[in-house]
Design a protein around this ligand. Structure first.
Ligand SMILES: [Zn+2]
Length: 280
C-alpha cells in the first residue's frame, strides 16, 4: 500500500465528512447499480400488468406509480432470499404478486425502509409456531399456535402461500402488508406500534391517535362487538393494532377512516399515501 493510500485509511480521514461532490458521486453510483439490477431482473411488461391487474388493492395506481412499484419489487427480490419450505414451488406470478404487495407500503418511502429484510420463508399453508416464554413466577411455557405469517426482529418474514394468494383482494386481510408493517415497526426497537416517524409528523399526535383508538377498540371487542374497518386481531397488542390497521389502510381505507379518522390520518402521513382517494 502506498503512503498516500495509507493516509486515506487513517482513522481521522476515514471518518471525515464527505464533500458534496463525493456524496453526489456515490449517489450516482448507487442509482447506476440500481438501474442495472432493474434492467436485468425486472419482469416483462405483460407479466407485470397481469400481476397488477390481478390485485384489487393496487387499483387506481397511475402508470408512473405502477412503474415505481415494479422497480421497488425488482430491487426487493434482488436483495432478499426467498426460501420455499416443504412442497412450495413459487410460480412467477406468486413471486411478483408477493413483492408488489410487500412494496406497496414503501412506495413513497423507498427500499431503505426494508434494510432489515433479508429472508422471506414461504410455507404451503398455515404453519405451527412454537414460542417459549417465562411467566412472572419463572415457569417456562410453550405456546403452539397455527399462523398465516410471522415477522422476526433481525430475522426472516415467514408467510403461508395460501394466505399470500388470498391477499390483495381489497377485503381488509393482507398477510404480506401485515408482516412487512411489523418490520417497519421494528426499525426503532421492539414491535410496539411506534415506527420511526417523519420530520413533519408529531409523536404526540401519533401516540394520542393510536392510544385512544386502541383503548376504544379493545373495549368494544371485549364487549363482543366486531367494529367495521378492523379485524378483531388488532386488539391483541399495540403492535398488532398497527399492523392490522396498516392492512385496513391499504385494503379498505374508507372503512378504516370512518372507524378511526385520526389513525387513518397518521397512517396517511406515515406511508405518504391516500389509498381512500385511489380506491374510491
Ligand atoms: Zn402480527
Amino acid at each position: 500500500m502506498s503512503q498516500a493510500a495509507m493516509v486515506e485509511y487513517d482513522a481521522g480521514s476515514a471518518f471525515r465528512r464527505r464533500t458534496d461532490e463525493e456524496s453526489q458521486l456515490l449517489d450516482r453510483l448507487r442509482a447506476w447499480r440500481r438501474q442495472r439490477i432493474i434492467e436485468r431482473r425486472a419482469p416483462s411488461q405483460a407479466l407485470w400488468l397481469e400481476v397488477v391487474g390481478s390485485l384489487p388493492v393496487l387499483r387506481g395506481l397511475e402508470p408512473p406509480q405502477q412503474q415505481a412499484l415494479r422497480d421497488l419489487s425488482t430491487l426487493l427480490l434482488h436483495k432478499v432470499q426467498l426460501v420455499e419450505v416443504a412442497d412450495v414451488r413459487l410460480g412467477e406470478r406468486d413471486v411478483w404478486s408477493l413483492a408488489a404487495q410487500a412494496c406497496l407500503p414503501i412506495l413513497e418511502l423507498g427500499l431503505d425502509w426494508y434494510e432489515a429484510c433479508a429472508t422471506i420463508v414461504v410455507y404451503p399453508g398455515n404453519f405451527v409456531a412454537r414460542h417459549r416464554y417465562r411467566d412472572e413466577v419463572g415457569l417456562e411455557h410453550e405456546d403452539v399456535v397455527p399462523l398465516s405469517g410471522e415477522a422476526w426482529d433481525s430475522g426472516p418474514i415467514v408467510l403461508s402461500l395460501d394466505d399470500v394468494r388470498d391477499a390483495g383482494a381489497a377485503d381488509g386481510f393482507n398477510v404480506v402488508i401485515h408482516e412487512f408493517a411489523h418490520k417497519l415497526d421494528m426499525l426503532n426497537g421492539d414491535a410496539n406500534g411506534h415506527p420511526p416517524l417523519h420530520g413533519n409528523m408529531r409523536l404526540a399526535d401519533w401516540t394520542s391517535a393510536f392510544t385512544d383508538a386502541y383503548a376504544d377498540f379493545t373495549a368494544r371487542v371485549l364487549a363482543g362487538e366486531h367494529p367495521d374497518g378492523l379485524d378483531t386481531y388488532a386488539a391483541e397488542s399495540p403492535a398488532e393494532f398497527f399492523s392490522v390497521a396498516s392492512e385496513s389502510f391499504f385494503e379498505i381505507p374508507g372503512r378504516l377512516r370512518r372507524l378511526y379518522p385520526e389513525v387513518y390520518r397518521q397512517l396517511a402521513l406515515f406511508y405518504r399515501q391516500r389509498p381512500d382517494e385511489r380506491l374510491g
